[in-house]
Ligand binder design. Structure first.
Ligand code: FEO
Length: 616
């Protein structure tokens, strides 16, 4: 019996789940199963995006026949020829002999290699930028070579702003009735599997993933339909920002992943002493026994954590077999930009430490902690100091986290007077960014210096702002520090309109810092350029932690504060006459009419939330 899912009026999921597969691609365990996604677009022409693995072919066929409800299939777009997405081609040709197969020339070659079928007479070859009109929908083809295989391409439906992303944005795990990422607690329940999928399937090809991002960054994407895992229709940036980190081999978490291989428990003992010492210092740690935990999980963890410790016994005059396999796998997946420490053990001729280092030195931008710990069988009291030195060296490059006591009734509204927040002093700034040819900026009040060495700042930005999305894409920005002379028109220009339909810098001088981003002159007294190091999701806002790359003053005029803005710049709200009831935005004066205001209301002018409104 069919089991399909409606995505839009025109688009239906006709894929299937496999929960019996032991090893995906013969190497990756999938304890929660895997989905094979196939999408049917029904326009004047009917279009199928990819098929499924042969293991779930019957369900897929039932789904497709049901969704087509008697219509013919006009096009099959083969975005990825790997057999878990192409096993249905032969059957489709038999069922729908008039069907045209749309693919690129590399795909055509692979279809011929894998399947002995007559394809030349029914193929339509497409390349970069080619377009297929199906009636109401226009499909644009974007080549994505090596975003797993060389023939991969993605498709953008510019009518509904849907990106059919092939292997990109995929995730292990069967779809258990939910199709959309926003129907589940993705961050809690699925992000680890999304990372494991990325790191192991596409992790080696970070450069190619970034090239795909460059190509699609100008597209307005409202939905992502990958070949495995959930469809993204909300909070798309949460997965894009993870992909940006993963493809750049940037760690997500500061902390230490310890992977150890131990025959009789002594190397494990050394690893545990190190982990315990680090924990005492407030450093986050995770530990993996490489003989027990599958390599795919440890590779995913290595993509997550900033510091990696490998502890291995010596075996057959080399690295212990499971550790050797892991190190080989990690280097094959192109791991980069990590701080590494090594513990070796050898009862008569310890070699594992040097050999591990030799292999990891071939990876890009690895920093090695020099204090290697070398154990001869069991850990001795005299060696505790060596482990301590290693822990010190690791801790010196890591932030400390302390346990936060459980606080009862956090955010108890009876205890919180929201006006208290207005007693805090804030500056006001124009945050500017450039993505491709597009310059943009917005007003913020959230710039704070965090550290002096290195010089770092944090900036919190509302996710509804285009500037926010552009920083997610480009990871660099400027802050122009507004001075008291800034007129209200600056706030109207940068705060009350959207960069999506306005060029906010139009008509102003084209001043740019070294990073090519514009900054404000005249009403600003200083400029700071910064490069994003960390991205933290706080629901409505993203907090960017960034390293300052350039900074200069332009005048001695006083910096503008929020208080000064309210007292001297912002026009006093013109309250409506008569009996109108409503709420006025304390930031920009916008009036919301009505007896009550929804909690999630966002000011259409300045984008502040309901908390910044007061009753008329
Ligand atoms: Fe499931 Fe590269 O594919």
């Amino acid at each position: 019996m069919y089991c399909t899912k409606r995505i839009t009026d025109d688009l239906t999921w006709v894929g299937a789940n496999d929960r019996r597969l032991a090893m995906f691609e013969g190497v990756y365990s999938v304890p929660s199963g895997v989905s094979y996604n196939s999408y049917l677009l029904q326009d004047e022409k009917t279009v199928l995006f990819d098929t499924v693995d042969k293991a779930v072919g019957q369900r897929f066929t039932e789904n497709l026949i049901h969704a087509l409800s008697g219509k013919n299939l006009d096009y099959l777009i083969v975005q990825h020829m790997e057999p878990d997405h192409s096993a249905g081609i032969r059957d489709l040709i038999t069922r729908y002999p008039g069907m045209t197969i749309v693919c690129n020339d590399k795909t055509l070659g692979l279809i011929k290699q894998f399947y002995d079928i007559d394809i030349d007479s029914r193929v339509c070859i497409v390349g970069e930028g080619d377009v297929l009109d199906t009636g109401k929908h226009t499909l644009h083809f974007v080549m994505a070579p090596m975003v797993h295989w060389p023939e991969v391409m993605v498709t953008y439906d510019s009518t509904d702003k849907v990106l059919f992303s092939a292997d990109a944005f995929g995730c292990f795990g069967a779809l258990n009735g939910a199709l959309f990422a926003d129907e589940v607690d993705f961050a809690k329940d699925y992000m680890d599997e999304a990372r494991r999928y990325y790191a192991n399937i596409v992790g080696k090809y970070g450069t190619q993933v970034e090239m795909l991002f460059d190509k699609i960054s100008a597209l307005e994407v409202e939905m992502i339909c990958p070949l495995h895992g959930f469809v993204w229709r909300k909070n798309i940036l949460s997965i894009i920002s993870k992909y940006r980190l993963w493809s750049g081999y940037e760690p997500e978490q500061k902390g230490v992943m310890i992977a150890y291989a131990s025959v009789y428990g002594n190397t494990e003992n050394a690893a545990e002493i190190l982990s315990s010492t680090l924990r005492d210092k407030g450093i986050k740690t995770v530990m993996y026994d490489v003989s027990v935990i599958t390599a795919s999980e440890i590779i995913a963890a290595a993509f997550k954590w900033s510091h990696l410790v490998f502890a291995s016994t010596t075996y057959n005059a080399g690295i212990f077999v499971t550790m050797e396999a892991l190190i080989g796998d990690l280097t094959a997946h192109n791991i980069q930009n990590r701080t590494v420490a090594i513990i070796e053990n050898g009862s008569w001729a310890a070699t594992s430490g040097g050999l591990i280092r030799e292999k990891l030195e071939k990876c890009r931008n690895m920093t090695f902690i020099d204090s290697t710990v070398s154990i001869t069988s069991g850990v001795k009291v005299s060696q505790l100091s060596e482990i301590s030195v290693m822990a010190e060296a690791l801790a010196a490059t890591l932030p400390v986290s302390r346990n936060i006591p459980n606080l009862p009734e956090l955010n108890n509204s009876d205890e919180i007077d929201p006006n208290t927040m207005f007693k805090l002093s804030y500056g006001l700034f124009v945050l500017s960014v450039k993505d491709g040819d597009k310059d943009n900026g917005c007003i913020i009040n959230t710039v704070t210096q965090i550290t002096e060495k290195p010089l770092r700042i944090s900036v919190a930005v509302n996710k509804t702002n285009l500037t926010h999305d552009m920083i997610i894409n480009t990871r660099v920005f400027n802050v122009s520090v507004l001075a008291e002379s800034a007129p209200f028109s600056v706030f109207e220009r940068f705060g009350f309109v959207s960069g999506r339909d306005t060029d906010k810098f139009a008509g102003s001088e084209d001043n740019r810092t070294h990073n090519g981003i514009r900054y404000l002159t005249g009403y600003a007294n200083a400029v700071i350029s910064a490069r994003v190091e960390e991205v933290h999701d706080f629901g409505t806002h993203t907090l960017f932690v960034a390293t300052v790359t350039q900074a200069f003053s332009m005048s001695d005029e006083k910096s503008l504060t929020y208080q000064y803005y309210f007292d001297n710049i912002k026009p006093k709200p013109q309250l409506p006459k008569g009996e109108r009831k409503g709420y006025v935005c304390k930031i920009c004066g916008y009036v919301y009419e009505g007896d009550s205001m929804p909690d999630d209301f966002i000011c259409p002018l300045c984008k502040h939330g309901a908390g910044d409104f007061e009753k008329l």
